[in-house]
Design a protein around this ligand. Structure first.
Ligand SMILES: Cc1ncc(C[n+]2csc(CCOP(=O)(O)OP(=O)(O)O)c2C)c(N)n1
Ligand SMILES: [Mg+2]
Length: 683
């Protein structure tokens, strides 16, 4: 076609994207068209990436934060010949994205879903689509590179992280948190490429956006570069070289571009963003590219070979040299273990068991701290962070060597995320994607500030620990702004996220065992601020029951006629009421149900043993929204929960105000046992 091979390759990225969107009759052609030269220059000439081993641990990461431009990434994965990796980490002799899959863009079960999904399509480094999440996650990846570089040596780990962001990513609040954190941490291995095309869905950005991005990022302490034309490979190359040479600052490259580049009627318009170009415009655009107008999904001769010769050859050399270094490093076993998300032998051997103490008790956040330290000391890659509530949420590591993660000690274990919940959660996804074991913490109410990133950790099936304390109105004086009500229901509604709310210190130890032991799926650990009794397990059932999500904690002689179900700090209320009711001759049972999701995964026989279907007199007690408890108490049961916000007062007064006393629980239970219909909540 008379174009030089690199231009031909760039136009192939463009036309594959155009054709895939056209065939699907849905998708976003404009940004792949304009950003094709940027992706091409980066991948071919800078990215240290081996298409034949896409899980090589020290590969540079390419994050498509503008996830709607997914066809850009799929085209790159296809043309670069990236191999597919199966769930057991085996590289297969088949493409991650075949041409057939590109033709099936956005169709059911294709490897080319609407937005890139980690774990589903090899080569997708993180799931993106909700704008800003990619840049947030990229910070965690850059942190992980620094951590591993410090621990294992920079000859083994020094990978760079590139994220392609649009106007939307930069407008989203998370980009502020993430950029501010990255600047503070001096993450000079992080490069964001800002596609400055002045177009979003509604039209020109002047409708809603007038930031001076250059000044903004300079103020964060970033190195800011500008490329005035996305089609200028020379300028792009210089910018990438400048990024690589920079020390002590992350880099933002502002790249001026024209969305829908080459489309005679749609370039620079919002209609190029999220709709197929249309048959006629496709022809005109292909003509403008010097492309055969009728050809579809055309990959001209020489294009795949060009990728093989450049990124393919460079990547193979780099990954082979790395593997040699690894073999001689003495770190191979540990790195291998991390890569497979395995844990060192004996990781759980120091988990304490807590003596019964029903008088003084212990807050579950305090018990959690002891367990966390006992595990973290044995799992070197467990990192504990907090959004400025390190001691309030009790996540401080206190053993020798557990220093802060910061410039100068990037192998530190304690992360100070600052008051940046959203970026903290997103960065934890980045750490986890890089095979570290992260946890971060805040108060349960403020989990709302991180919710989109929590959701993505679940969608990606990443074993992140989201740790939340001050988990109910029981936090007392701080009042309704800080007292969570609807957060538990909200978190429980997230698929693949297990929400664990332990009742006492020993259940807390079990909850940690579950959380750290898993290789997939996040956990939300939900803990109290206030002290709760440590139950006498010689009298009640073992806390090991938590491993099944729910268990019979206290029982009666014979078949129960009434079941009290509770979680966390309310289990003590259930037990208190239970003792009274047993004394009155009512055959009551207490079920501790710290994790609904795990309980639901047990077989029916076990679930029916704990909650016999014939026993319909049931009372649930939880200091949270009643939403969802109908599932456990049925139509004849009662729910003692919250239907309003809380109150600011000392905790005992707040609990009494809302009916969270053993006496009130017993009162409701007597009525339910009699078969009376009881109003479903206390307020
Ligand atoms: C959090 C979030 N809000 C809204 C959207 C819907 N959305 C998808 S793309 C887009 C516009 C993005 O504009 P820009 O980032 O400039 O991308 P461009 O069109 O230039 O590629 C919007 C609002 C989204 N994906 N995520
Ligand atoms: Mg834009």
């Amino acid at each position: 076609m008379g174009q030089d091979i690199d231009q031909l390759a760039i136009n192939t990225i463009r036309t594959l994207s155009i054709d895939a969107v056209e065939k699907a009759n849905s998708g976003h052609p404009g940004t792949p068209m304009s950003m094709a030269p940027v992706a091409y220059e980066l991948w071919q000439n800078h990215l240290r990436y081996d298409p034949a081993d896409p899980i090589w641990p020290n590969r540079d990461r390419f994050v498509l934060s503008a996830g709607h431009a997914s066809m850009l990434l799929y085209s790159m994965l296809h043309l670069a010949g990236v191999k597919r990796v199966d769930d057991d980490y085996n590289v297969l002799d088949e493409p991650a994205v075949s041409l057939h899959e590109i033709e099936r863009f956005r169709q059911l079960h294709s490897r080319t879903p609407g937005h890139p999904e980690y774990r589903w399509t090899t080569g997708v480094e993180t799931t993106t689509g909700p704008l800003g999440q990619g840049v947030g996650t990229s910070v965690g990846m850059a942190m992980a590179s620094k951590w591993q570089g410090e621990r294992f040596g920079s000859e083994l780990f020094d990978f760079d992280v590139y994220a392609l962001a649009g106007d939307g990513c930069l407008m989203e609040g998370i980009s502020h948190e993430a950029a501010s954190l990255a600047g503070h941490l001096k993450l000079d291995n992080l490069c964001w490429m800002y596609d400055n095309n002045h177009i979003t869905i509604d039209g020109d950005t002047s409708l809603a956006y007038g930031d001076d991005a250059l000044t903004r990022f300079e103020a964060y302490g970033w190195n800011v570069l500008r490329v005035g034309d996305a089609n200028d490979a020379g300028l792009l190359a210089r910018a990438f070289e400048a990024f690589k040479a920079e020390t002590g600052r992350p880099t933002l490259i502002v790249i001026d571009s024209h969305i829908g580049w080459g489309s005679p009627n749609k370039q620079d318009t919002e209609s190029a963003h999220g709709e197929p170009l249309g048959e006629e415009e496709v022809r005109l655009t292909k003509k403008a590219y010097g492309w055969p107008e009728d050809a579809q999904f055309l990959v001209p001769d020489g294009v795949r070979q060009r990728f093989d010769e450049v990124i393919g050859v460079r990547g193979a050399e780099l990954s082979a040299a790395w593997k040699q270094k690894l073999d001689g490093s003495g770190h191979a076993a540990e790195i291998e273990m991390m890569q497979h998300r395995e844990l060192p032998d004996g990781w759980d051997s120091a988990i304490p068991s807590f003596e019964a103490d029903e008088e003084k008790g212990l807050a579950t956040r305090k018990a959690s701290n002891k367990v966390e330290n006992a595990i973290a000391e044995k799992v070197p890659w467990l990192l504990a962070g907090s959004a400025d509530l390190t001691d309030s949420t009790s996540v401080r590591l206190n053993f020798d060597g557990a220093v802060n993660f910061e410039p100068g000690s990037f192998d530190g274990r304690q992360i100070h995320f600052g008051i940046r919940e959203h970026a903290a959660a997103a960065a934890c996804s980045g750490l986890s994607l890089s095979k570290l074991k992260p946890l971060w913490s805040t108060y349960l109410t403020f989990s709302d500030y991180a919710r989109p990133a929590i959701r993505l950790s679940a969608l990606m099936e990443l074993p992140v620990i989201h740790l939340f304390t001050h988990d109910s109105i029981g936090l007392g004086e701080d009042g309704p702004t800080h007292q969570p009500v609807e957060q538990l229901a909200g978190l429980r509604a997230v698929p693949a996220l297990d929400v664990i709310r332990p009742a006492d210190a020993n259940e807390t130890a079990e909850a940690w065992r579950v959380a750290v032991g898993r290789t997939h799926d996040p956990v939300a650990l939900v803990l109290t601020r206030q002290t709760v009794p440590i139950f006498d397990r010689s009298r009640y059932a073992s806390a090991e029951g938590l491993r099944k999500g729910g268990y019979v904690l206290a029982d009666c002689e014979g078949e129960p006629e009434l079941i009290l179900i509770a979680t966390g700090s309310e289990v003590q209320l259930a037990l208190g009421a239970h003792e009274t009711l047993i004394g009155e001759g009512i055959r009551s049972r207490v079920v501790s149900l710290p994790c609904w999701e795990i309980f639901e995964r047990q077989d029916a026989a076990y679930r029916d043993q704990v909650l016999p279907p014939a026993v319909t007199a049931r009372v649930a007690i939880e200091e949270a929204s009643t939403l969802g408890w109908e599932r456990w108490v049925g139509t004849e049961g009662a729910i003692i929960g919250m239907t309003t916000f809380g109150q600011s007062a000392p905790f005992a007064d707040v609990e009494a105000e809302f009916g969270f006393t053993p006496e009130h629980v017993a009162e409701v239970a007597r009525e339910v046992a009699k078969g009376a219909t009881v109003n479903s909540s206390t307020t």
